[in-house]
Structure formats: structure tokens, C-alpha cells
Design a protein. Structure first.
Length: 291
């Protein structure tokens, strides 16, 4: 089962989940009721379950103890609210901006500033706290120039984010397997960008799957850089499938390390189910992470 998250987000216009999503067989086992321990706030990325209608998915997610369905845009937020769920990481894109085309090129800044001046107040008005952003691809640009360009642009929206109590969150992605040429592909680069911007309203999304591929040393990195991280994603390595014993990461230890830092944000499941019963795989992932 293959999908392309880059396409799903790149072409997003108020929704993060409808393009290039996996085809999931029906019917699926309905999840059993699960009450989390309360140490981890569970979220899930809807794009991994594209063929399941959002209403139906919300009902199932709630049974599993999931509090958030994320990477969704304004059109979907009312459905989440209807089911007592939030969108822990909002997404809003227009005009082809996204993973590959973003802040590291100054020629994009005017459009991006207008986009975030529009979307940040929408996020705040909906009672949400975070919106995703990206660096863009290198395309021959050196990392130092790209960092300076990102900082220059993001600083122009950060006061608005502060005013609205919204975090702008840049995702760390691997450039080795899934997103060739992506610039924000190492934790230290992202941390230096955070320092350059100098605001508590700019943080990082530490995607465990992506950073295991790029640099490994996941637990030590989380322990060292957790003040700069406001959100986490999961995924099995290799393959970005289930986070069970078939892959190389031991998620209970990673989750415990996150809890030990005092983290009170959200951890989102972002793996692509290869098992036919996708909801059973999702529930398994939540239970593995519920330390």
C-alpha cells in the first residue's frame, strides 16, 4: 500500500487529507473502548486513512482514546468539534505552497505572509493552538542561506502568532527516502532556526520516523532538544507502516522519554497501515504509545 504525503499537503487548499491517500478495504473491525493512562495526548493524521469518511473516523478515533485528528483544514474542524475532538496541528495551504515550496526562498515570502495572516486568526478563532509549516526544498541553496531566509520570513508573522496564542510549527522530514532535497531534515538545523527566530511561538514537529532515517539517536535527541519541540509524529522504520515488532524502533521507550521531559502536547500516529484492518492497526499503535 503506497501513498504520497507530499502530494496530499502540497496540493492542500483548506484540507490536508484527500489527495494521494491509501485505499483501505472495508469493512473494518470497530475499535474497542480504550481508556488511556493520561500521560500521552493521542492524535492521528487523517491522510493515512483517506477512504474512511471523517465522521466515521472521528467516532472510531474517540473510542480509542484519541483526542485529535490532525493535518486538517477549516472545512473539517467543525466535524471534529461535533465529536468532541480537536485538531492538534492545523493545516492550510493555497497556490502550491507546502513541503517543497516554502520559506527558504524570499520570493515566496509575500504570498506566505498573506497566507498565514489569513490562517493564524482562523486557527485561533476555532480554538486551536498550532499550524504546520515547512522549510521548502534546497534546489541548490546552501543550508545557512535557507535558514536565514526562513527566519526572515517567519519573523514577519510571528508577532501575529504570539497575539493569537498560536504556534507555527515546522516539520522535520527526511530527505533520504520520502522528501528528496527537503532542507529542514536535521534536528540541529531546526533548533538553530528556532534560536534565530527567538519566539516561543515557533517550534518544531519532531517526526520520529523521519529523524530515525536521517540521524537516529532518537531518545537522546529528544532529551537534548525537547524545549524546541511542540509536537511528535510516529511511524515504523523502515516503510512507515505499523509501529509494532516488525520494525526497528521501540516506541514504548521513546514515549517514556517524551513523558519524562514533561511534554504536555500531542503525539500523532502517522503510519500507513499495511494490514487490511487499518483501524485495528491504529488502535494497536495508540496502545503501544500509551505509557
Amino acid at each position: 500500500m503506497k501513498t504520497n504525503r507530499r502530494s496530499a499537503i502540497k496540493h492542500l487548499a483548506g484540507s490536508a487529507a484527500l489527495l494521494s491517500t491509501p485505499s483501505i478495504a472495508q469493512p473494518m473491525t470497530q475499535p474497542s473502548e480504550f481508556t488511556p493512562k493520561g500521560n500521552i495526548n493521542h492524535s492521528v493524521c487523517k491522510w493515512c486513512y483517506g477512504s474512511i469518511p471523517l465522521e466515521e473516523f472521528c467516532v472510531s478515533a474517540k473510542k480509542m482514546g484519541i483526542k485529535s485528528v490532525e493535518l486538517l483544514g477549516p472545512d473539517e474542524w467543525p466535524t471534529l468539534d461535533k465529536h468532541g475532538l480537536t485538531c492538534a496541528l492545523a493545516s492550510y495551504w493555497e497556490n502550491g505552497y507546502g513541503i517543497e515550496k516554502c520559506w527558504n526562498r524570499t520570493e515566496h515570502h509575500a504570498d506566505l505572509i498573506a497566507l498565514y495572516e489569513k490562517s493564524i486568526p482562523m486557527v485561533a478563532e476555532a480554538g486551536l493552538k498550532q499550524i504546520i509549516t515547512f522549510s521548502g526544498n534546497r534546489d541548490g541553496m546552501d543550508d545557512e542561506t535557507g535558514m536565514k531566509n526562513c527566519a526572515e520570513g517567519i519573523k514577519k508573522i510571528i508577532s501575529l502568532a504570539e497575539k493569537n496564542n498560536v504556534l507555527v510549527v515546522m516539520e522535520l522530514l527526511n530527505s533520504k527516502v520520502n522528501h528528496p532535497d527537503y532542507m529542514c531534515d536535521h534536528t540541529e538545523w531546526g533548533v538553530e532556526l528556532c534560536k534565530m527566530i527567538g519566539s516561543e511561538n515557533f517550534k518544531l514537529l519532531y517526526d520520529i520516523y523521519h529523524m530515525q532515517i536521517m540521524e537516529g539517536d532518537v531518545i537522546a535527541t529528544i532529551q537534548k532538544y525537547h524545549p524546541y519541540i511542540s509536537h511528535y509524529h510516529t511511524g515504523g522504520v523502515p516503510g512507515r507502516n505499523e509501529i509494532d515488532e516488525t520494525q526497528e524502533l521501540y516506541y514504548p521507550a521513546i514515549m517514556q522519554a517524551i513523558v519524562d521531559t514533561g511534554f504536555d502536547g500531542y503525539v500523532a500516529q502517522e503510519f500507513i497501515p499495511k494490514e487490511e484492518d487499518a483501524l485495528a492497526s491504529l488502535q494497536q499503535g495508540v496502545e503501544i504509545c500509551d505509557v
